[in-house]
Ligand binder design. Sequence first.
Ligand SMILES: [Fe+2]
Length: 337
Amino acid sequence: MSFLSIFILFFSLQTLSANEVNLFTTRHYESDLKLYNEFSEQTGIKVNVISGKSKPLEKRIIEEGRSCEGDVFFLADAGRLVSAQEKGLFKRIGSLSIKKKVPKQFRSSHWVGITKRARIIFFNPEFTKYEDIKDLSYDDLSNPQYRNSIAIRQSNNVYNQSLVSSIIENKGLNFTKNWLNGLVKNFSRQPTGNDRAQILSVAAGESKFAIANTYYYALMASGQKGEGQKKASEKVKPLFPNQNNRGTHMNISGVGILTHSPNTENAIKFIEFLLTSKAQKHIVNNTYEYPIIDAVQPSELIQKLGSNFKQDNTTNVLSYGKWQKKAFELMRQAKWN
Ligand SMILES: [Fe+2]
């Protein structure tokens, strides 16, 4: 074969393999799409986005098996990433540059965290003095002194399941059972609504404490959810629990490469891109999550909440997946609806 024909063959093979990456995602942010466009402009790799809820997407991936064209699966919550890995949905991520960027408690051999989320307590300074609660830990939320105080969403919410899993991991099953019984007695109302609904309840003086992820607060404070919610956000203050011990509960949103991914090289490039300072800045300034890399600062709205709090950097997020089912079972047993 002449040099010229090898040359021609090489280029025709290049055009045969599709220059794209197929992304299955449970994230629902418009701003993510803008970011993916930037990736395409930079690399020439087209990002085909298939969005949906985690269970239907997972079902589709399993049913399609080898013929599934998905490359990357983007999920919110470590518990979901662990369960996808356990079902064999992900292939190993070999890239060293990816591993180096993500602290080891926020990744496994098969997935990596892209953003971090803090699940904290919000209170209303009109009714509660900061001085009285500044040392609060998640453990204290079951204390009888807080009867009829806590607004939190339902037990089927995965963020709550991960929070309870972290208590099991750190304190054991017996402690958690008792803790849950006390916690449920302290609910100010039957759990309902999303995290913003809990913050609204505290702003209105109906509940003493709301348990919510910080980005819900920032979304309210940004005005994107209307003037009423912006005003409500101004009535509440953050309390970062567990500052005297392991730190505040942190969760992640993250990605894995699907087992039958047809465009694995592009998938790796895509993940590497999500971990660049530029992409991380874009994410944190639009969704108000925390960056997974140290080089980037959280958005200004989030920094106002306090950026020097102690994050739980010791509990491996793998444990959220490990205890997820048990956590849900115990939550139901404690009559958390
Ligand atoms: Fe969320």
